[in-house]
Design a protein around this ligand. Sequence first.
Ligand SMILES: Cc1cc2nc3c(=O)[nH]c(=O)nc-3n(C[C@H](O)[C@H](O)[C@H](O)COP(=O)(O)O)c2cc1C
Ligand code: SF4
Length: 493
Amino acid sequence: MWRFTQPVKHKLPATVWPSADEASRSRLFSPIDIGPIRLDERTWVPAMVPWRATDDGFVTDDNLDWYGRFAGGRPGAIVVEATGVRDIPSGPLLRIGHDRFIPGLKRLVDRVRQESNGHTRLFIQIIDFLSVRRRPDPAKFFARFLELNDRHRGALERITGDETWSRADDDRVRAFLSTAPDDILDAVLDERELESLRFGYRERVTDTHFEHIRNLPEVLPGMFADAADRAREAGFDGVELHYAHAYTMASFLSARNTRDDGYGGARENRARLPLEVFRAVRERVGADYVVGCRYLGDDVIEGGNRLDDAVYFGRRFAEAGFDFLSISKGGKFEDAKQPKVGHAVYPYTGRSGYECMPTVLSDENGPFGRNVPLASAIRRAIRADGFQTPVVTAGGIGTFELAESILANGEADIVGLARQALADPDWFEKVRTGHGADVRRCEFTNYCEGLDQMHKQVTCKLWDRIDLDELGVPRSEDGRRRLVAPKWQPTDE
Ligand SMILES: Cc1cc2nc3c(=O)[nH]c(=O)nc-3n(C[C@H](O)[C@H](O)[C@H](O)COP(=O)(O)O)c2cc1C
Ligand code: SF4
């Protein structure tokens, strides 16, 4: 996890919770229309991958329990975790790249309807990502993965002054490089080869010399449209196109996208594929189905998008007819920390990752509502253009007071609580019914995110060891943690 050099430790702010009557008159608990549907309230549980799918991408009972538990608090909407649009192995992440996934996803929809008595709207976040390999053992990298060519031999000849390198066979070059110090490797390998060695091989949308990357604009609109169609068939209220963080669509939007085929470079070109994907999805699911997206208000990486790019994209997306825009921040590979050998690079370990899931060890601005200004600027620009597209914000929001003030100030239309909902899925019910004092407040220290990084089932440190012997409580693979928060009994009943 990335840290500020001189972090300021912020305390959770003291807060006043509303009575049930005040809550019922609040903006937060008032309805809002998203395209053709209505949310009962302006609360939202943003997508969170809990690492509970089967290895081949199917919904498990643990997934049902996870989403069922959130639905029990009856938030306005829940967004199901990033779910792959391709039908390719991708570990225990949900997939929607084939019809065989529909029955499991239907069960998930049913469970949320049942637990929320039909109050919570359910969206699914659909994602494409490119290949990321684990950081290799250097011996293997030099013996097998590195593709040798004359550039390597020429560099060796130059550095050592030994001209026999130009005729050296592969075994000799590989053997030499496998024991060479860093400064030699820096001079012999190119930037991508060094990255593959030190971080693990990672594809980019700019690798257009590969056919499958060059063809992304041809294949992705259809894949997203098929996935959205399946989401509709499974009974979801809508789809959230994942245009954020470290993944394919965000990389098309990013200012670091230098593709020269009309899909990179200038902003309008970078927006082209995201808009084509949207149109294909819209055409497939029709006007009466919610199609929104999550994208970045700031990439937080050198050479990446800043707020002015995000404002431009927001205006184009609103104009194109997206039903909502959910604004996130950062979460990129480019500034991620070097993983250990055998581990994959994780896009939440650098500064951009900090900004995505800010903690209480922060700068003077602190983590609370830290990303609201991004949503606010985007919302202002699209309102000025005459569009009423709802804007969702998230990031360090844990109190009613903060959520309500964001709405009162016109900074966003809907307030997302990810980690706070994980810490206490009953937050919504408690606050709505005047039991805010019972809220288990998220401490924003990211134990949950640490589990995500290790690809372990995500839980919250505030409840995962409580009442472990409770009958029927689902537990983590090692049996040491409960997988869902304990039940809440109102104190005055
Ligand atoms: C365990 C975990 C998994 C996450 N998975 C996703 C995801 O699948 N898609 C996504 O857009 N954001 C994901 N996020 C980011 C959250 O949706 C949210 O933007 C972030 O945590 C900041 O909001 P918060 O302060 O309310 O937690 C994840 C966050 C956590 C903690
Ligand atoms: S583990 Fe920590 S950061 Fe995560 S939800 Fe729980 S209290 Fe919040």
